[in-house]
Design a protein around this ligand. Structure first.
Ligand code: GDP
Ligand code: ADP
Length: 214
């Protein structure tokens, strides 16, 4: 008889796990927690024309590229999708995502609603999207100020955009409020765990059931 471990190792198709939120609601924090806690998911590193923030590493958080390089990547059809956000361009490189999915690799995307819509259009079956909401707009501003990475003007701009971004909440599969970060993280992991068990992703089930039925 197959024990739980065998069942757990059934082959499955990977998924494209999207975390979006208005800036400051906590998606970077949650992404880092998820990558640290879960060895089966890896970050899809975007290319951006935005300059690096202190502590950000090229090739780890983003591929930091010039405008000319980004133009060339668009020209060469190197992106799954790309969008302009806050005056800079951001794009998802195609890389090896298609092959990785077949092998059961999950990919994490920290992208905005425009990127989410484009990924859905390209590959609906593999996408699972989660929208993170702040508990209040006052708390959102407090977090942006506490992060201390932007000038007051930039924070005002991000707050203005937050309303527009929040208006896309209903386009997502799941919505989680990030009040207490640990509780929010638990919810996000529950979504990921359940989505991994979807019948259509468990490609090893057909041979398993065939053997089960003898
Ligand atoms: N469409 C799209 N959006 C992206 C991509 N990479 C990052 N973004 C979004 O660009 C926005 C700005 O990101 P960033 O400059 O890192 O600031 P953040 O808002 O503090 O995370 C965020 O909403 C990200 O989700 C990408 O490859 N494609
Ligand atoms: N649940 C939370 N409670 C309090 N502070 C939080 C919470 N989640 C994130 N933060 C803090 O808020 C700031 C913005 O979070 P960040 O993950 O950078 O947001 P985003 O990537 O969505 O712009 C950071 O300083 C982070 O440490």
């Amino acid at each position: 008889m197959a024990d739980f471990k065998t069942i757990d190792k059934l082959h499955r198709r990977g998924l494209l796990f999207i975390l979006s939120s208005p800036s400051g609601a906590g998606k970077t924090t949650l992404s880092r927690m998820l990558l640290a806690a879960d060895a089966d998911i890896k970050l899809s590193v975007s290319a951006t024309t935005r300059p690096p923030r202190p502590g950000e590493e090229d090739g780890v958080h983003y591929h930091f590229v010039s405008d000319a390089k980004f133009d060339a990547m668009v020209e060469e059809d190197d992106f799954y999708e790309w969008a302009e956000v806050f005056g800079y361009r951001y794009g998802t490189p195609k890389g090896h995502i298609r092959e990785g999915l077949k092998e059961g690799q999950d990919y994490l995307f920290d992208i905005d609603w425009q990127g989410t819509q484009q990924l859905y259009q390209k590959d609906q079956q593999d996408v699972v999207s989660v929208f993170i909401l702040p508990p209040s707009l006052a708390e959102l501003r407090r977090r942006l100020e506490e992060r201390a990475q932007d000038s007051d003007d930039v924070i005002d701009g991000r707050m203005e955009r937050a309303r527009a971004e929040i208006s896309h909440w209903a386009e997502y599969d799941y919505v989680v409020i990030n009040d207490n970060v640990d509780e929010c993280f638990d919810r996000v992991r529950e979504v990921l765990d359940a989505e991994r068990m979807r019948r259509t992703r468990q490609t090893g089930l057909i041979p398993f059931v065939r053997e089960l039925m003898g």
